[in-house]
Design a protein. Structure first.
Length: 808
């Protein structure tokens, strides 16, 4: 087994496509959200220095293996450990959450083992946690930095003799993501490491081994905001190449064979007919709204309306439903239920993404993607709820965070409709097409009549305000936020998206509420889904992921400011947002994270626009654009697997931060909120929005004419966060939706020195000034404790009974 691994690693290192000698680098991933960026950083330096212009980046990609990989750990624990490591030309240890002395974070993982067993001649580079690990393994001390530095760019001042920084300008800017630091004390001085770079404030930013080719950098050389980082990789690879014997590399046939696997043949066709064209003075969005009501709503078992606003981000509206070949899919905890129009059901066990891929493959139209000016050519429309994270790549099975405290209702984790009939409205071209899926020999029969003018439905203007209740009050929010900041200070996470939800019972059809929402909060990725037991009304401004052909784009948002009716003030809000150090830091972390996630499935991925202001109906946002090209053999479902849940809803590093959030949010499932909503087209394309600014309707107990409506809201906490402002921001986001229900959360009136938000951990005084206090114990600590001791959940559920905050 061990020997096998040595062999497998060699093959992995050899399965490159050219005969150019290039360093073989092993990159051990400590499950950071930036490891893929480190891999790209190494690969591009390798290609530049040791490659030929024809090489692709992937030809130079290091071998990336998780620090908890069983085979690797077993090999590194065995007697062939050094021999195995000797096969490589360089070892890179990635950044990651936690402390290098902790067994599971680093010390007893493949990263720590590799460091212990590395032959002296093997060049080693530790990045951030890897750097701290290098120091720690030499007896130095790693302790809190005092003030964590996350997502900020600082000057690096280095010793001119430092081998790693040859050719770099003194004081070059580098991104920092850390809470811990190597202490510059006797223990470090007694070690063979010397400090070769510092920040202006004197923090240790880089180390070099005096005798061996071993280096550590505390900052992130691979970050989009680090200038000249490429030279650092080049300098490191020099050491690796000195070792490399330039062995000619053999082409392996495995990849080619996999790509040539036969595609299933189908007998399906998509029939497209142009059904409408309209004059410039007609509002295409309203035509689509009418078509949705007239053709699909209440007429097919499931119906959907992707209410694109005609902007470049969302040029089309799609209305559709489940016709004769349509069906519904709901998914909960590893089980997918398929329901055909005739009511027949089948239940399939396994990952939802795999099930969806199978269904799409089985219906791939023989007449291929049609030459139409849009990507949705029938397929799945619906939502992938946040809980789907347990079936995607950034989840550690057995991590113990699959113990949801309560399922609020019968809402499926994910729900989609397979839409076999739709009308697509192209707002710029002012034309609409009807699409229908037909089987071989079947005669097309879908002939929708698109009527405009006169018949538009308008919701009644006045509605009495709905009273929403928040699942937690501000005291509890303050407590959770402080715990999040503690975890940041401990180095376990760099950014935490902390959320909660607002709930109400309403009468009237969800569609009518949606009609109000789309007027109150116009948004590019707005949508309405009628999926029988659950309806979703969304006014999301955020694109999660678009796959069009092989092009992939993500547009994460981080940074929110209110809009103002006064144009001067409005402009000022936008410009303050754009320049805020705190929000730029928040945004940078997620920009780097999305790049990392896309690199898992793309040949390359890059930030195209970093933190640009975009103004929506109720808020200004900082939006980043990350783009890549899908790797051969990867599809949209792989892209979802690599990026879900949306990083802007988790924080970084994603894997560990999701576990932390699960605790902080008292194990209450987020459901549809925080997931993704949109389509997976039969063409293989996809476009999904992040589920925010969204109301989710489920039937209120047995009353079929009343609905429980839930609205999630939250925001990112970083080391720079000020808790009262975060709470205000959360309410601002909630208001974007609550306004459609005639309801507005008022700003809290409390002094800046409100004891609720004090850093002092003295819980005793916390409730004293709380005007919402109903005398119940606050929930989070008990919930966390009960989880740690894995005792009964009843104690935590009773103590986490919400203390309501009223909305009017
Ligand atoms: C969490 C929400 O929004 C997310 C958080 C943002 C932020 O922290 O600034 C901005 C957009 C979203 O990615 C929400 O709207 O509820
Ligand atoms: N980016 C990192 O690798 C962070 C390392 C460590 N967890 C810290 O916070 O200091």
């Amino acid at each position: 087994m061990v020997a096998l691994w040595v062999h497998a690693a060699r093959v992995a290192a050899l399965s490159l496509y050219s005969a150019t000698p290039r360093p073989r680098i092993l990159l051990i991933d400590c499950h950071d959200s930036y490891t893929q960026n480190v891999a790209r950083w190494v690969a591009s330096a390798s290609r530049r220095v040791h490659g030929s212009p024809r090489d692709s980046l992937r030809d130079h990609w290091p071998t990336v293996i998780g620090h908890d990989d069983e085979a690797l750990t077993a090999t590194l624990r065995s007697e062939v450990s050094s021999e195995f490591l000797g096969e490589w030309d360089g070892l890179v240890l990635s950044p990651g959450p936690g402390h290098p002395g902790s067994a599971l974070d680093f010390a007893e993982t493949a990263a720590g083992l590799a460091l212990r067993n590395a032959p002296h001649s093997l060049p080693v580079l530790g990045v951030c946690l890897g750097h701290q690990g290098l120091a720690w393994s030499e007896g130095a001390c790693v302790a809190p930095l005092g003030v964590p530095r996350h997502g900020v760019v600082d000057g690096v001042f280095f010793d001119p003799e430092a081998r790693l920084f040859r050719g770099l300008p003194q004081g070059f800017g580098a991104t920092r993501y850390h809470s811990l630091t190597v202490l510059d004390d006797r223990r470090l001085w007694a070690s063979p490491l010397r400090v070769v770079a510092r920040s202006k404030a004197g923090d240790v930013l880089a180390l070099e081994h005096v005798g061996l080719p071993r280096f550590g950098v505390q900052f992130h050389p691979e970050s989009v905001a680090t200038r000249h980082g490429d030279l650092i990789a080049t300098n490191f690879l020099r050491y690796c190449c000195a070792r490399s014997v330039g062995m000619p590399v053999v082409l392996t046939a495995a990849a080619a064979a996999a790509a040539a696997a036969p595609k299933p043949r189908t007998s399906w066709r998509v029939v497209a007919t142009q059904v409408a064209a309209w004059a410039p003075d007609v509002d295409g969005r309203e035509l689509a709204a009418t078509a949705y009501r007239d053709i699909f709503y209440n007429q097919s078992r499931r119906s959907v309306w992707l209410d694109g606003d005609g902007s470049t981000a969302a040029p089309v509206s799609v209305v559709g439903g489940t016709g004769p070949h349509g069906f519904a899919v709901t998914h909960k905890r590893g089980l997918s239920t398929f329901e055909r129009p005739d009511g027949q059901r089948k239940v399939v066990e396994g990952r939802l993404l795999d099930a969806l891929r199978r269904e799409l493959e089985a219906r791939r139209p023989a007449n291929g993607p049609l030459p139409l000016p849009f990507d949705f050519q029938l397929g799945f429309v619906g939502y992938l709820g946040y809980e789907l994270r347990r079936e995607t790549r950034d989840y550690t099975p057995g991590s113990g965070d699959d113990d949801d405290d309560s399922t609020p209702d019968s809402t499926p984790d994910s729900a989609l409709a397979f839409v076999d009939r739709a009308v697509v409205f192209h707002h710029r071209l002012r034309r609409a097409w009807a699409l229908e899926l037909v089987a071989d020999g079947e005669v097309p029969s879908f002939e929708p009549r698109i009527s405009g003018g006169g018949t538009l439905w308008k919701p009644p203007e006045k509605t009495s305000a709905v009273e929403f209740e928040c699942a937690i009050d501000r005291t509890e929010y303050g407590r959770r936020a402080r715990l999040a900041l503690d975890r940041i200070a401990a180095g376990d996470t760099y950014e935490v998206c902390l959320t909660t939800s607002f709930q109400a019972t309403v009468g009237g059809a969800p569609l009518e509420w949606y009609e109000r929402l789309r007027r109150a909060n116009r948004a590019p990725h707005a949508a309405f889904l009628d999926l029988a037991d659950v309806s979703v009304a969304s006014s999301s401004p955020e694109r999660f992921l678009r796959v069009s052909g092989r092009d992939v784009e993500a547009k994460p948002i981080k940074g929110t400011a209110p809009r103002s009716a006064d144009p001067d003030r409005d402009e000022m809000e936008a410009s303050i947002l754009e320049r805020s150090v705190k929000t730029r830091a928040e945004n940078l972390m997620i920009a780097d994270l999305l790049t990392n996630d896309l690199l898992r499935v793309c040949d390359d991925a890059r930030v195209h626009k970093l933190a640009a202001v975009e103004s929506f109906a109720t808020v200004h946002q900082l939006v980043t654009t990350v783009r890549g090209r899908l790797r051969q053999g990867a599809d949209a479902l792989d892209a979802i697997d690599a990026t879900f849940p949306p990083g802007s809803m988790t924080g970084a590093p994603k894997r560990r931060t999701c576990e932390i959030i699960h605790d902080l949010e008292a194990r209450v499932p987020r459901g549809c909120y925080s997931g993704a909503l949109g389509f997976l087209s039969l063409t293989g394309d996809a476009d999904l929005a992040v589920v925010i600014r969204t109301a989710v309707f489920t039937h209120a107990s047995d009353h079929h004419d009343s609905w429980t409506v839930r609205v999630g809201a939250g925001g990112a906490l970083t080391a720079l966060s000020d808790i009262p402002s975060e709470w205000a921001e959360l309410k601002l986001k909630a208001n974007a939706v609550l306004a459609a229900f005639g309801s507005t959360l008022k700003p809290d009136s409390f002094a800046r020195d409100d004891p609720l938000f004090d850093d002092d951990d003295d819980d005793e005084d916390l409730d004293d000034d709380d005007d919402d206090d109903d005398g119940q114990p606050s929930s989070l600590l008990s919930a966390t404790t009960s989880r740690a001791s894995s005792s009964s959940s009843s104690s935590s559920s009773s103590s986490s009974a919400p203390r309501w905050l009223h909305s009017r």
